[in-house]
Design a protein around this ligand. Structure first.
Ligand SMILES: O=C(O)c1cc(C(=O)O)c2c(n1)C(=O)C(=O)c1cc(C(=O)O)[nH]c1-2
Length: 236
């Protein structure tokens, strides 16, 4: 049996998987390099809505499988981030609402996003595979599968930096979802990483964690493949 990686080595192995993050997918590169048409941008926003609405369902499935109160106490925040909340006079409309505002800012009507009419079958299958994994896997494995978020702040920052320049027709307030995710993703990663580094300690387990992360990277890649196939990729 191979020797276990130290925590530092294991974390470096996880981070190295960023090489296959969807930030490198041709469809995403087209979006962030300013080569997308308004129709392609709208299609991306309408399709990604299906991912957004399933994230809190996925996180609720993880909580339902998790007997560790301390872990649940931290993880529950993710549901509030996306669904929003009203508490003690504080009101936060949440990430799903922010996504709908993004949809309006790119010229979509709320109703056509919410009724999922634009969602492609292959994209739906990919997102459903993620939710189903979270329903069935041990909670530590399901938490580990969120670690693609290690690479998410950079993709949100790219959008914030390049979209106003390439797509001046998008109302700037519509981009606030990406702004709020930069810090939320960092906080999520701290927790997801702590659980993963604590739970997967033998070398075989650590390799299993890498496979889980790859499974999730493949889901994001497949989501982009679905959109590239249907909406096309304009060459540089
Ligand atoms: O726009 C993106 O590229 C992107 C990627 C990811 C990701 O890496 O899974 C998430 C998000 N956004 C996101 O906004 C989000 O809330 C989120 C939650 C999760 C998760 O797995 O729990 N991933 C992501």
């Amino acid at each position: 049996m191979n020797k276990a990686w130290t925590r530092t080595e294991f974390e470096a192995q996880l981070r190295a998987r960023g090489a296959s993050y969807h930030i490198h997918h041709p469809f995403n590169k087209m979006l962030n390099e300013g080569r997308a048409t308004p129709e392609q941008l709208r299609a991306w926003v309408a399709n990604r809505y299906y991912y957004q609405i399933n994230i809190p369902i996925k996180d609720a499935a993880i909580l339902a499988n998790c007997p560790d109160q301390a872990a649940r106490r931290l993880w529950v925040q993710r549901i509030l981030d996306h669904d929003g909340f009203e508490l003690g006079g504080i009101s936060d409309p949440g990430g799903i609402e922010a996504w709908l505002r993004l949809a309006e800012a790119v010229g979509l009507a709320r109703a056509e996003v919410q009724d999922l009419r634009h969602v492609l079958p292959a994209l739906r299958f990919a997102v459903d595979a993620y939710v189903n994994f979270a329903r069935r896997a041990p909670w530590q494995e399901a938490m580990c599968s969120s670690l693609t978020e290690l690479f998410a702040p950079e993709i949100h920052r790219q959008r914030l930096a390049s979209w106003p320049q390439h797509y001046p027709w998008i109302e700037p307030a519509g981009l606030s979802y990406f702004r709020q995710r930069v810090s939320q993703a960092r906080r999520d990663v701290e927790q997801g990483l702590a659980v993963t580094l604590d739970y997967f300690v033998q070398r075989e387990q650590q390799e299993r964690a890498l496979q889980i992360l790859q499974f999730k990277l493949d889901i994001l890649w497949a989501i982009n493949d679905a959109m590239a196939t249907r909406y096309g990729v304009n060459q540089a």
